[in-house]
Design a protein around this ligand. Structure first.
Ligand code: SF4
Length: 249
């Protein structure tokens, strides 16, 4: 028979809509079967112990990216983190850093989505719309593989030390998404579009300390994308200087 073990969950609670409250840890003691995830426990706490606890979740399969949070100091998705993998029976849950808390583990993702929108996260074409789909070779697809896997969970955004000191920084996810499009053989965006990230709040602001890579649950390497965008900016600037480009924005 599988035996449950007792765990103490300490969850940072706060309600931005109640100015009288201060952040505080609420403690819940709960028995957990081996194999169960932090998200499963959160759902149980809300159903069985405290219906006021707020957190986001949806797919429970590391696909939707909703349940990113800090668990014993490590940023990850609660739905793919098994409780038994912690070497302690006390689990501390906190909301993602670098974002305002709305309530408990729910953060305001508006700045994250604003940066995402800013880089125009879609294919931009200048050629006439073809009658059929635009073919891609296997090598061309492989070039963008890792960036396509991004689920926009914001784990990297929460882990980024640059965002901690510069909230205007574009952030790892948006920069990696821009790389995903400029490396895409079907994208024809003007080189001038890269100017939007061509400053210290853009790709040049990255400290290159790889915290985003450590935090990413989908093995995306945002720093690689940032380096790719930097290279594209330098190449575009060089071509412009040499009068070799006619695709100015
Ligand atoms: Fe999440 Fe990784 Fe995408 Fe960042 S790059 S948003 S950590 S999936």
């Amino acid at each position: 028979m599988i035996k449950a073990s007792a765990y103490t969950f300490k969850i940072l609670r706060y309600d931005a809509n109640d100015p009288g409250t201060k952040p505080r840890f609420a403690t819940y003691r709960i028995n957990v079967l081996p194999g169960l995830t932090v998200l499963t426990v959160l759902l149980r706490i809300r159903e069985e112990l405290d219906g006021t606890l707020a957190f986001r979740s949806s797919c429970r399969s590391a696909v939707c990216g909703s349940c990113a949070m800090v668990m014993n100091g490590k940023i990850d998705l609660a739905c793919r983190t098994q409780v038994a993998t912690f070497n302690t029976d006390t689990i501390i849950l906190e909301p993602l850093p670098n974002l305002e808390v709305i309530r408990d583990l729910v953060v305001d993702l508006t700045p994250f989505w604003e940066m995402y929108e800013k880089i125009k996260p879609y294919l931009i074409r200048k050629s006439p719309v073809p009658a059929k789909e635009i073919p891609q070779s296997e090598a061309e697809r492989q070039r963008i593989d890792q960036f396509v896997n991004c689920i926009l969970c914001a784990c990297c955004y929460g882990a980024c030390p640059v965002l901690a000191r510069d909230p205007g920084y574009v952030g790892p996810a948006a920069a990696a998404k821009l790389a995903r499009f400029i490396l895409d053989s079907r994208d024809e965006r003007p080189g001038g579009d890269l100017e939007i990230v061509n400053d210290e709040h853009g790709v040049w602001g990255c400290d290159t300390v790889f915290r985003c890579i450590d935090a990413c649950p989908k093995e995306v390497r945002p720093t690689d994308g940032i380096v790719d965008v930097r290279k594209a900016i330098v190449k575009h600037r060089y071509q412009k200087m040499m009068g070799k480009t006619n695709n100015e924005a």
